[in-house]
Design a protein around this ligand. Sequence first.
Ligand code: NI
Ligand code: MN
Length: 225
Amino acid sequence: MKITFLGHASLQLEIAGKHIIVDPFITGNDLAKDIDIKVLKADYILITHAHQDHILDVEAIAKNTGAKIISNYEIVMHFGAKGIEGHPLNHGGSWQFDFGKLTYVNAVHTSSFPDGSYGGNPGGFVLETAERNIYIAGDTALTMDMKLIPMQCKIDLAILPIGDNFTMGIDSAIIASDFVECDKVLGVHYDTFGYIKIDHQEAKGKFSNKGKELILLEIGDSLKV
Ligand code: NI
Ligand code: MN
C-alpha cells in the first residue's frame, strides 16, 4: 500500500491498483499549493466527518474522477443530493470493497457541515487489505474505544491527528498508539493553521523516547507500508 500525504489530514492511498482519497482539503491549504486536484486519481473518496477542512475538495474531485464517496449516512446523503454516488456506513459497520474491508469506527469530535447542517457523528476508518491494515483515526480525542480496534484487527500503521487544540496532541497520540497496539504512526492534522502548529523534532523525540516511530511526511511525499 502506498500512502501519499496531501497536506492537513488529506491522503491518497494506492491499494491493488485502486486510488482512494481521504478527507480532501487541498485548495484551501496554502501549504499544499503544489498539489493539483485536477490531476489526482480517485476511485473512492473517504470522508471521516463533515468539517470544511475535510470536505472542501470532495465535490471537485468526485466530479473530475467519478469517484464514489464512502462516509457516514448523513454525509453520503448530502453529496448524493449533488449527484455524487456514495456508499453509506455507520459506526461499527463494515463493508468489503474491491480494495479491502472498511469499518467505520468511533471518533470523539463534532461533524457539522460548513453551513451548520447536520453531518452525522464523526468517525474514523479501519482498513483491512490483503497487504496491510491501517487505522485512519479522523479528528478525534483520545478515547477508550480505540482499545476495541486491536481486538478485531492487527494494525500495521495508525494515522493519527497530532496538532492538538481541535484534536489530540502528541502526548495523547502516544497513548492512542498504545491503545491500538501499533508503534508506527503517521501524523496528520498539524501545521495548517496557527492553532495546530507543532515542533516536528520535539514530536518525533517524544515518540522515539517511548520506542515508537512518528512519521511526518512532506506534502506530496509517500510512504509504503
Ligand atoms: Ni474536524
Ligand atoms: Mn479537522
